[in-house]
Structure formats: structure tokens, C-alpha cells
Design a protein around this ligand. Structure first.
Ligand code: NAP
Length: 311
């Protein structure tokens, strides 16, 4: 494998792979470090109904396979490895992956975001044992069960609706009396006979049984602080996401929520030749199509940088 690159792309969601398509077509021979969850968050979703060009919808994993195939077709190299660190102390920068070190003239960061957790008792212990952050991955295990979804946004509604395919009953637990989700998603969930809502309520502890599997939730009312315990066969946490920026802490400027700051309408970060795109720099739109659009911007910004600097 060539270890001097013009551009290294970190992350393989819609942003990273769109950047790869554009960089590859610009003959920059990009390498994409895909991470362990290649394809990003869309690989954990089902129907994507709002990506332009697919009037009948497209399955998230299929969309990612197509983007990857398109990038490879034009010469991008996709490697299913995690980047361990980047070294910006000299230029070209160094990207360290396992025991390999790559020199690169530019870096496109597209590391996306990960599911937020509640940070309450029992959460860490019971994760994967009745507790999940991904309905598409784990919903199948809950056939005819009574399960709960935490959250009131689009993700929570999407998870709840999806889980009704398997579960006997899905109860959405939301800390306020109003959903944050879009009107269309809220209406779909509210009109689904298999979905109940527990408003003004939040969980304080996940309870396990003698086998170490989840059996219930301690909840508290946000109105009168009354606590109670409810039985549950499974809980899906869907309360939003955190940007995946641990590689860049202390290296790049970030906003108060840890999203990488980009300059003006560009994908430029505070460091030369480092560009950011997709959910890692977008706390507002966070859509597959906006991520793809910003991946295109990052590729064009990188290409122009290389051209202007004769690299
Ligand atoms: P979100 O919109 O930020 O919603 C997070 C939800 O979790 C909110 O209802 C919030 O409550 C609740 N929450 C947050 N922290 C909590 C805590 N510690 N304890 C209890 N509840 C907590 O996140 P999202 O649903 O992941 O959506 C993110 C973006 O992606 C949105 O722009 C959304 O439209 C988009 N999206 C779209 C689709 C789709 O169109 N198919 C699917 C998924 C996501 P509060 O309401 O009280 O803040």
C-alpha cells in the first residue's frame, strides 16, 4: 500500500464516501479509512425515504453499498480500519493506522456521530443484554415482547415504528409532554395502535434479572418527581447523537457541543489542509443528503488547496 497520499478521508458515511467519489474523479487517488462501522449510521437504519432520486425509498445499507461501489469504481481505496491518531506537528501530516503511518497532503474528516447514552445506573452493564441503541440491529430479538423506546425525536419515532414489526407493544418514554419529532413522524407513531406513550417521564435506572438481562426500568415523573418501576423486555435508547471527535481533541477548534468548527460556508477547519464534513461538523441538519453535500464541498476544498499549493 502506498504510504504517501494527497488526501486521506476518515469515515465512510454519506459524507466520507461522497468526498471519496469526488476526490477519486479528480484523480487524487484517495484512501478512505472506513472505521469499524463502515458505512456509518445509515447501515443501522432501514428505509430511507428522503434521499433524492429514490421515489420508492432505499434501504440505508443498500444506499451505502452503492456509494462505496461508486467511489471504488473511480479509484478510491476503501480500508476497513480505524485511524488511531493524527500527527499535525509537521507537514505533510501523518495519519497512524495500526502499525502503519501515512503521510498526507490533506485530510478530510467525516467521522460522523454516535448514539448518545443516558449515563444512568445499569446502562453499561445491560447494554446488549436487553438494552440497545439500534432497532434495526436488534429489533428481531424482540418478537412478541413488550419493549420501550426512550426519546421524543425523529430517531425515537423511527425506532418505535420499526419495532412494531416485531414487538407486541412498544412504549415511548419521553421526558416532556410534546414530541420533538417532525409532524409526519409524530403522526405516524401516535396513530400506530401498537405504540403507547409515557409522557413527562424519564428513566433513572435499568434493572437486570438474576441472569444479567434487562427486566425493568426505574422511572420518575418530571411533573411530581414520583418514582415507579415498570417491567420491560427490552429498551432502545434514541436520544440523539454525539460527534465522533476524540481523534481531534486539542487539535481542531470545536463548538461547545464538540462539533468541529468549519469556516464560513466552506469545509475548512482552523488547520490548513484539514477539512470536515457530515455530522461531525453539523449539529443542525444532520441528514444523509446534507452530509453527502458537505462531503462534496470538502473534496472540492481539498482539491483546490492541493492545486493552489502545487501539491
Ligand atoms: P433529537 O432531535 O435531538 O431528539 C432527541 C430526543 O431525545 C429529544 O426528544 C430529547 O428530549 C430526548 N433526550 C435527549 N437527551 C435526553 C436525556 N438525557 N434523557 C431523556 N431524553 C433525552 O435527536 P434525533 O431524534 O436523533 O434526531 C436528530 C436529527 O436527525 C433531527 O434533525 C431529525 O429530524 C433527524 N432524523 C430524521 C429522521 C427521518 O426523517 N427519518 C430519522 C432520524 C433522525 P427533548 O425533546 O426534551 O429535548
Amino acid at each position: 500500500m502506498e504510504t504517501k497520499k494527497k488526501v486521506i478521508i476518515i469515515g465512510s458515511g454519506p459524507a466520507g464516501l461522497t468526498a471519496a467519489i469526488y476526490c477519486a474523479r479528480a484523480n487524487l487517488k484517495p484512501i478512505v479509512f472506513e472505521g469499524f462501522q463502515a458505512g456509518g449510521q445509515l447501515t443501522m437504519t432501514t428505509d430511507v425515504e428522503n434521499f433524492p432520486g429514490f421515489p420508492d425509498g432505499v434501504m440505508g445499507p443498500d444506499l451505502m453499498d452503492m456509494l462505496r461501489a461508486q467511489a471504488i469504481k473511480f479509484g478510491a481505496e476503501c480500508v476497513q480500519k480505524n485511524v488511531d491518531s493524527i500527527d499535525i506537528s509537521s507537514y505533510p501530516y501523518k495519519v497512524l493506522v495500526n502499525k502503519d503511518s501515512f503521510d498526507t497532503d490533506s485530510i478530510i474528516i467525516a467521522t460522523g456521530a454516535s448514539a448518545k447514552l443516558l449515563d444512568i445506573k445499569g446502562e453499561e452493564l445491560l447494554m446488549g443484554r436487553g438494552l440497545s441503541t439500534c432497532a434495526t440491529c436488534d429489533g428481531f430479538f424482540y418478537k412478541d415482547k413488550n419493549i420501550h423506546v426512550i426519546g421524543g425525536g425523529d430517531s425515537a419515532m423511527e425506532e418505535a415504528i420499526y419495532l412494531t414489526k416485531f414487538a407486541n407493544k412498544v412504549t415511548v418514554i419521553h421526558r416532556r409532554d410534546q414530541l420533538r419529532a417532525s409532524k409526519i413522524m409524530s403522526e405516524r407513531a401516535l396513530s400506530n395502535k401498537k405504540i403507547d406513550f409515557l409522557f413527562n417521564t424519564y428513566p433513572t435506572e435499568f434493572i437486570g434479572d438474576e441472569n444479567g438481562n434487562l427486566s425493568g426500568i426505574k422511572i420518575v415523573s418530571s411533573i411530581n418527581s414520583e418514582t415507579s418501576e415498570i417491567d420491560s423486555d427490552g429498551v432502545f435508547i434514541a436520544i440523539g447523537h454525539n460527534p465522533n471527535t476524540s481523534l481531534f481533541t486539542g487539535v481542531l477548534d470545536m463548538d461547545e457541543n464538540g462539533y468541529i468548527k468549519t469556516i464560513g460556508k466552506s469545509s475548512k477547519t482552523n488547520l490548513k489542509a484539514i477539512f470536515a464534513c457530515g455530522d461531525v461538523q453539523d449539529s443542525i441538519y444532520r441528514q444523509a443528503i446534507t452530509a453527502a453535500g458537505s462531503g462534496c464541498m470538502a473534496a472540492i476544498d481539498a482539491e483546490r488547496y492541493l492545486e493552489e499549493n502545487n501539491l
